[in-house]
Each structure stands twice: as C-alpha cells, then as structure tokens.
Design a protein around this ligand. Structure first.
Ligand code: NI
Length: 175
C-alpha cells in the first residue's frame, strides 16, 4: 500500500469529468482503492474520490464515523467503503445545511445545502452491485465525493460565500 499525493484546488484533474471503470475487479483498481483508503485515513478525512489522487476514474472511498452524526441520524458504515461507478438518486430533496471541508481545499470549511436523503448505487471491488439508502451525514459524504467525479467541489454548491471560513474560525458559522 502507499500514501498518494492529494491534488489541491487549481489542479485541472479536479475539474474533469472522470471516466467509468470498465472492470472493478482489475488488480490496478483494487490497488488504487486500497491506497485511497490508506490515504484517506492518514489525511485524516472521511471521504476521498479518485480524481483527488490524480486518477480521473469513477471510484470513491468514504466512512461514516458515529461522532459525525447529528442527533437522531441513522448510522452509516464506520469501516471504509469502496464504491465504483457510483450513481445517486435523490429520495428527499428537503434542503439540509451542514459544514463541509475537503482534503483538496485545505484549511477551509463551508456550509453547504444538499438534499436530505438519497439512494446510491454502484459496484464493489468484487463486481457485486451495491444499493443503499442514506440520509444526513452519510448521504452528504457520498454526494460530496460523487461531485468530485463530475469535476464539482463543495464551493460550487455554496449559495452564500459568507458561510465560508478557515477551520479555526468555522465555529462562527454555527452561531
Ligand atoms: Ni472533497
């Protein structure tokens, strides 16, 4: 396994639409996923998309730590999940506002509006189909990472740039 270099905002790979992965069980895909999980944990972060490690392919990894859940939210997978060729369907478009950060945009956080609940699908590294309903933080992480596959970063989703702050000032955003 290896730690991968994380692309930062401004690198064109973050603005490209990533290519589908034809064979999710291919050894190079399995290797990339393992390296991305290691890189995400080391960063540390809760999600990483392949374009963020300079690979323009449709693969994301994420996890849903219990500590990050709002009260009453259902739990998500605490162990890292690998999802290939993910797709999202909105189940509940009710706007939900929460703070996001991004390993490609260090030191900043912003309040981002996203749909409350989704269904995501894709395949795992065995080529088995995955289909999961998610809400709250779990849904948010997946939407954030899938956005990366389409060249979108969370700043693009912000409706109010006054809700952007440095990490150590971000508590003011919740006032
Ligand atoms: Ni990100």
């Amino acid at each position: 396994m290896a730690l991968l270099k994380i692309a930062r905002l401004g690198h064109p790979v973050l603005r490209r639409v990533a290519d589908p992965i034809p064979n999710p069980t291919a050894p190079d895909v399995v290797q990339l996923a393992a390296d991305m999980v290691e890189t995400m944990i080391d960063a540390p972060g809760v999600g990483l998309a392949a374009p963020q490690v300079h690979r323009s392919v449709r693969l994301i990894v994420f996890k849903v730590p219990r500590l990050r859940l709002e009260e009453g939210e259902p739990e998500g997978p605490e162990a890292p999940v690998v999802l290939v060729n993910p797709k999202i369907e909105i189940l509940d478009p009710t706007p939900s506002f929460a703070m996001e950060g991004c390993l490609s945009i260090p030191s900043l956080r912003g309040i981002v509006e996203r749909p409350r609940a989704i269904r995501y699908s894709g395949v795992d590294l065995s080529g088995e189909p995955v289909r999961v309903e998610a809400e709250g933080f779990h849904a948010r992480v997946v939407m954030h990472e899938v956005d990366h596959l389409d060249g979108i970063v969370y700043l693009d989703r912000m409706s109010d740039m006054a809700k952007l702050a440095f990490d150590d000032q971000s508590h003011h955003l919740l006032e």
